[in-house]
Design a protein around this ligand. Structure first.
Ligand code: FPP
Length: 243
């Protein structure tokens, strides 16, 4: 079991979300195939998860595969799907032992059955853990999530469980994939791109952003700590005027 922090950093982010970008460029720079970079990236996920308790991060959400990533070559998509399957098989014991609760967000319909079974099992195996809540976004897109949520909400209205006039900012998020999670405090994107690429669109309305040049396979726990410290020194006003 990973150690819980003795004292949680008072001003640090409780929920960190990461767009793990730059695996392909990292591999290319080494003259290796893109999948080599994805494998290196997967190893970084473990290091970052393990750093969370010491930094007071209770929720970590990582963007592993977007609804747009299907446009990559068939070989890369198949390689990533195989990597996700192998990652789950390999990491389940450690995640369970280390107190990590794993959840997946995104649309599972297009994922293969073997993978979704592994995802279900990992969620079930870790459901009693509470040290860190790791959420993996897989076939996830923020707009797709809002569309799927709206469909479920509309169904509830049609069936008379919900009145249209009762739909407000509190209601819609209950239909999102992230309904059990707090909104992210800090969103990090690696590899120098300053875009959010359809990640947690609704949830990140008031998040702080860090766009850093580091390619994801080079990202370290020390860098995460630095970004958490930066976060602690910022003032978040949520639209209000400072007191
Ligand atoms: C973006 O880099 C990365 C991805 C599309 C895949 C992310 C996957 C991992 C980090 C590995 C697996 C994760 C888990 C949770 C097991 P890119 O390919 O777009 O890089 P580029 O912009 O340099 O081409």
């Amino acid at each position: 079991m990973l150690k819980a922090p003795h004292t949680e950093p008072a001003n640090g982010p409780r929920h960190v979300a990461i767009i793990m970008d730059g695996n392909g460029r990292w591999a290319q720079a080494r003259g290796r195939p893109r999948l080599f970079g994805h494998h290196a990236g997967a190893r970084r996920v473990r290091e970052v998860v393990e750093a969370c308790p010491g930094l007071g991060i209770k929720y970590l959400t990582v963007f592993a595969f977007s609804t747009e990533n299907w446009k990559r070559t068939q070989a890369e998509v198949a390689g990533l799907m195989s990597l996700f399957r192998r990652y789950i098989i390999k990491e389940t014991r450690t995640l369970k032992k280390n107190g990590i609760r794993v959840r997946f967000i995104g649309d599972r319909v297009r994922l293969d059955k073997k993978l979704t079974e592994l995802m279900d099992t990992l969620e079930e195996e870790t459901k009693d853990n509470d040290l860190v809540h790791l959420t993996v976004a897989l076939n996830y897109g923020g707009r797709d999530e809002v569309a799927r949520a709206t469909k479920r909400l509309a169904r509830d209205v049609a069936e008379g469980h919900l009145l249209p006039e009762d739909v407000d900012e509190e209601t819609l998020p209950k239909y999102l994939d992230t309904h059990v999670l707090p909104d992210p405090d800090l969103v990090i994107r690696t590899s120098g791109e300053a875009r959010i690429s359809n990640f947690l669109l609704w949830q990140s309305a008031y998040s702080e952003y860090e766009f850093i040049d580091t390619l994801w396979p080079d990202f370290t726990a020390a860098e995460l700590e630095r970004l958490c410290r930066n976060f602690g020194s910022r003032e978040r006003r949520f639209g209000a005027v400072p007191a």
